[in-house]
Design a protein around this ligand. Sequence first.
Ligand SMILES: [Zn+2]
Length: 70
Amino acid sequence: MIPESSKARTVVCPGCGTSLAWSRDNPHRPFCSERCKLIDLGQWATGAYRIPQQDADDGKAQSDDQPEEG
Ligand SMILES: [Zn+2]
């Protein structure tokens, strides 16, 4: 009988969905390969972080966040 803890751990590659054995020899884990790793990183690097463009004002809108003394 083989205890469950002795089983080889399997993970699913987030990039392509391929199930692979979790091994310390794999520097790209949890990805199956460097390619999937780069693809996944590229996805959020290209579209996730978008800086919202605000309309260029001449500064006529002033912030009124200053607390009043009193
Ligand atoms: Zn993959």
